[in-house]
Design a binder for this molecule. Structure first.
Ligand code: MRU
Length: 355
């Protein structure tokens, strides 16, 4: 298992993804401000990993607080949560993770629970969310494995793997599960400009698992599809609207249209907490704009003329009509997504109410 992030007695330990694949080094965050920096600077990235990091950030903020009264601690928790929430806007998992710890804190504070007990409870919750993330990825992997060809080439975009989660992956989790079942899969990894999550991270983690992997530039997928070289596409998601429109790494939208044109199935794999029922369509998903330097420079070297205009949206939205299925740990969703998503949400509410 690739240790993307880990709660330790010394703090939250993060594998520094900015340094991969050349260096395997770790960054220890010992307070919530450092966790916020780690998320903002993409030392940790990928929606589910960001979600659990957000939860651990709130937990470490509460655990290390010197507040001696509950009102004092409650005021601090508001600052902790808003600091972490301001790091990255698109992945809804971040707000989910922060919300999980804030909710348990508010519940315990409302009952006047002693501060040491609250500290123990929030740390336990953050650790549980970590374990649950791994279990969810394995379950969605199992749900999606047989959608992939028994033998063939699967294209993925960005990194939706162990590095983007707590250790198994969503899109790459489905690929891992298929390989574990004996499918012979060759993976094509889009390099994913400008941050190169495919070339640096997907290639690194799949090679560690001995899954055959080939990197291609983002503009090569259409050519390979036209030659019959790609049998399926699978990607992760940062936020799925209630109608199935899906925000994922910039470039995913173009790949989805190419897949449609060539009659190739296009799958999205994500834990159910990536679905944002409060956002009706993709038009309501906030798209992070990142530093133009990610586009103008490569490995510290300037690639573009001084003063040229630069675009750098980090995500785009794939309309639901291009998505063959959304694979979650609770099952596989098909169009019409408005209905299938609502039914799955309702079913989970009923199950929760029954226990
Ligand atoms: O900017 P990043 O690297 O955080 O973007 C990551 C992606 O777009 C992933 O595909 C997505 O978060 C799904 S990860 C399981």
């Amino acid at each position: 298992m690739i240790p993307t992030l880990e709660w330790t007695p010394a703090g939250v330990n993060f594998l520094d993804q900015t340094k991969l694949p050349l260096e395997e080094t770790y960054v220890l965050a010992t307070d919530y401000q450092q966790v916020a920096t780690v998320i903002r600077d993409m030392i940790v990235r990928g929606a589910p990993a960001i979600g659990v990091s957000g939860a651990m950030g709130v937990a470490i903020g509460i655990e290390r607080s010197n507040a001696s009264t509950l009102p004092e601690l409650t005021a601090e928790v508001e600052v902790i949560c808003s600091t972490l929430a301001e790091t990255r806007p698109t992945a809804v998992n971040l707000f989910w993770g922060i919300g999980q710890v804030r909710d348990i804190f508010n519940g315990l504070a409302a009952k006047n629970t002693p501060i040491p007990e609250i500290k123990t409870a929030v740390v336990e919750l953050a650790k549980r969310l970590y374990d649950e993330d791994i279990a969810q990825c394995k379950a969605l992997g199992a749900n999606g494995a047989d959608l992939l060809p028994k033998q063939g080439t699967v294209l993925t975009h960005c990194n939706a793997g162990a590095l983007a989660t707590c250790g198994y992956g969503t899109a790459l989790g489905v690929i891992r599960a298929a390989v574990e079942r004996g499918h012979h899969i060759d993976v094509l990894a889009d390099e994913t400009r400008p941050y190169l999550q495919g070339a640096r991270l997907t290639a690194w983690e799949l090679m560690k698992d001995s899954i055959p992997t080939t990197v291609l530039c983002d503009n090569m997928a259409g050519h390979l599809m036209s030659k019959g070289r790609i049998q399926a596409v699978i990607v992760g998601a940062d936020r799925i609207a209630a109608n199935g429109d899906t925000a994922n790494k910039i470039g995913t939208y173009s790949v989805s249209i190419l897949a449609k044109e060539h009659g190739i199935p296009f799958y999205v794999a994500a834990p159910f907490n990536t679905i944002d029922l409060a956002t009706a369509t993709g038009a309501g998903i906030p798209i992070e704009q990142r530093n133009p330097r990610e586009v103008t420079h490569s490995n510290g070297k300037q690639m573009t003329p001084d003063g040229v205009g630069i675009e750098n949206p980090a995500f785009d939205v794939t309309p639901a009509k291009y998505i063959t299925a959304i694979i979650t740990e609770r099952g596989v969703l098909r169009a019409p997504y408005n209905e299938s998503i609502r039914a799955m949400a309702l079913e989970s509410e009923l199950t929760l109410a029954a226990v």
